[in-house]
Write a protein that binds this ligand. Structure first.
Ligand code: GLP
Length: 272
């Protein structure tokens, strides 16, 4: 895992947006996996700005969202479809036919979930999957206990997640109990995963994700098995990482390697 620790939410969001923009420039027809929640809002703001001011072109990009609440109409202000329009799609030049978000109103969910997986495969797989982190360490709606091999399916939300997400709905009673979500196995097939976590409330989940054992009780910990994961944190979210100084040194070395080549890291090459 590559752990990047930025001073705050804004800097972390900019850093994550730069990683996404780099991919979009390098591979204009890339496939992005997208996330919802408070965490990626800053990233979407920055991507919209890059489109507006720097001409970042999304016209050939395909997107797949991680999840959706069951029973919500796409016009419901708390549906993830509505969220994506409001915070990203309305501000960039994406082709609407290339947007994929699970349908929370499907009647035959088993069939729908199979076809969602099929669509991801047909698109050539996900190049970069953006992920937020639940306070209990979940990714998408893969709540504790989800199989680490799980595929897109229905999932029942835990009381903790219902409580956390009640802030968007106004009250706990209004939060849907079920969601349709990509599985951990689906997520692990993305070529790169970009996990974001900001704020003190995520510090424990971050520590368990990065330094704890791989366990279905913390579904984000399955990312330890993936070969290309970038974790972008702010100082508060990184505060409980035991090896955080080592991660900082690693990141500095990585930057020097990229800018100056391997010689800069050999013994005796320290600059005075
Ligand atoms: C929900 C979403 C996740 C998200 C998590 C954290 O459970 N399904 O994708 O990562 O909430 O949300 P927030 O970013 O608002 O803290």
């Amino acid at each position: 895992m590559r752990i990047i620790i930025e001073p705050d939410y804004e800097a972390g969001s900019r850093r994550a947006a730069q990683l996404i923009a780099h991919l979009v420039r390098q591979k204009p027809d890339c496939v992005l996996g997208l996330a919802t929640g408070g965490t990626p809002l800053g990233v979407y703001r920055e991507l919209a700005r890059m489109h507006r001011e720097e001409g970042l072109d999304f016209s050939r990009v395909t997107t797949f969202n991680l999840d959706e609440y069951v029973g919500l109409d796409p016009t419901h202000p708390q549906s993830y479809r509505f969220f994506m329009q409001q915070h990203l799609f309305d501000h960039i030049n994406i082709d609407p036919s290339r947007i994929n978000i699970p349908d929370g109103r499907a009647l035959d969910f088993e069939r729908f979930c199979r076809s969602y997986e099929e669509r991801i495969r047909e698109a050539g797989g996900i190049d970069l999957q953006l992920l937020g982190l639940g306070r209990d360490g979940h990714i998408a709606f893969n709540e504790p206990g989800s199989s680490l091999g799980s595929r897109t399916r229905l999932k029942m939300l835990t009381p903790e997640t219902i409580r956390d997400n009640a802030r968007f709905f106004g009250s706990e009673e209004l939060v849907p109990r079920l969601a349709v979500t990509m599985g951990v196995g689906t997520i692990l097939e993305a070529r790169r995963c970009l996990l974001l976590a900001f704020g003190e409330a995520k510090a424990d989940a971050v520590q368990r994700t990065v330094e704890g054992p791989v366990t279905a009780q913390v579904t984000a910990s399955a990312l330890q098995l993936h070969r290309d994961v970038v974790v972008v944190l702010d100082e508060a979210a990184a505060s409980r990482l035991e090896r955080r100084e080592y991660y900082r040194q690693m990141e500095q070395a990585q930057m020097r390697l990229e800018q100056e080549g391997i010689r800069a890291l050999l013994p005796g090459s320290e600059r005075s």
